[in-house]
Ligand binder design. Structure first.
Ligand SMILES: [Mg+2]
Length: 272
């Protein structure tokens, strides 16, 4: 099994950023050496903290797929960067042009500044600084209506960029995404674990997770606070826990891990 998980609103509580309710499943994943790959809109600087706190030695996907970080030697070769990532400075100049052309009411991270980010997210100033340490994506706080958000998204697409919705922000970036990053990592795992029957699982709560949820064998849709529909295309299985955040994360992962253990013991019995 390989597990790909969103952080905010999924493994972490949407408001308190706590993950304690997921502790039982996290411990079991560790015990069984199942890779847990964090796939987030957060920056690499922020994910480094969670890598340490959660004691993970696996790749992480930052900035909604625009940044992939693989520990040295993990796949035995060099990790590839997403080819279509666009540098933040370039994203900002396109954003400024679009915002002034249409007169959208919105504020990007670089306009909010560290104290504005702290105010809007409830993060400490230090954490807000880490959140602003970005390479290839720009979060935008939307203060305009939904129809105008769609107009904004189309304007970005016509300029060769992408715009996805996270729990709190719109994220502007190049043609990179969580789905592309997860596929890239699944290919890398297939090379180091040839011939293995590996089940891929992904967990997410928001529309920016939909691509990722549709490329793994099992998709776990955590109830979100955004009110947008979460229709997942194509995976073999979709689990929808009733609890939000880390409690729902834990319930879904525990049932998948128990099933896996069940199939192991059946195999043993069948094999005599
Ligand atoms: Mg989320």
């Amino acid at each position: 099994m390989i597990v790909f998980s969103d952080l905010d609103g999924s493994l972490l509580d949407h408001d308190t950023y706590d993950w304690a309710p997921a502790q039982p499943a996290l411990a079991l994943l560790k015990e069984r050496s199942v890779p847990l790959i964090l796939v987030s809109s957060k920056t690499l600087a922020e994910l480094e903290e969670f890598r340490v706190l959660l004691e993970l030695q696996h790749p992480v996907v930052a900035e909604n797929g625009a940044v992939i970080d693989v520990p040295d030697g993990y796949f035995g070769g060099d990790a590839e960067r997403p080819a279509s990532a666009v540098a933040r400075a370039e994203l900002q100049s396109v954003y400024e042009d679009v915002k002034s052309t249409y007169g959208f009411r919105c504020e990007a991270f670089y306009e909010l500044g560290v104290s504005g980010i702290a105010r809007e997210t409830g993060l400490s100033e230090r954490r807000a600084g880490l959140a602003n340490d970005r390479q290839a994506s720009e979060p935008v706080l939307w203060r305009d209506d939904e129809r105008r958000a769609e107009q904004f998204r189309q304007a970005m697409i016509s300029r060769g960029l992408r715009c996805v919705r996270g729990g709190r922000f719109l994220h502007v970036m190049g043609n990179t995404g969580k789905a592309e990053a997860v596929n890239q990592l699944l290919d890398a795992y297939a090379h180091v674990w040839p011939g293995g029957e590996t089940t891929s699982v992904s967990l997410g709560d928001a529309p920016n997770d939909l691509g990722m949820l549709s490329v793994t064998d099992v998709a776990v849709v955590i109830p979100g606070k955004h009110g947008h529909p979460m229709n997942v295309d194509t995976p073999t299985r979709v689990l929808r826990p009733t609890l939000a955040g880390p409690a729902g994360w834990n319930a879904a992962m525990m049932s998948l891990l128990e099933e896996q253990l069940g199939s192991y013991s059946t195999t043993k019995i069948d094999g005599g």
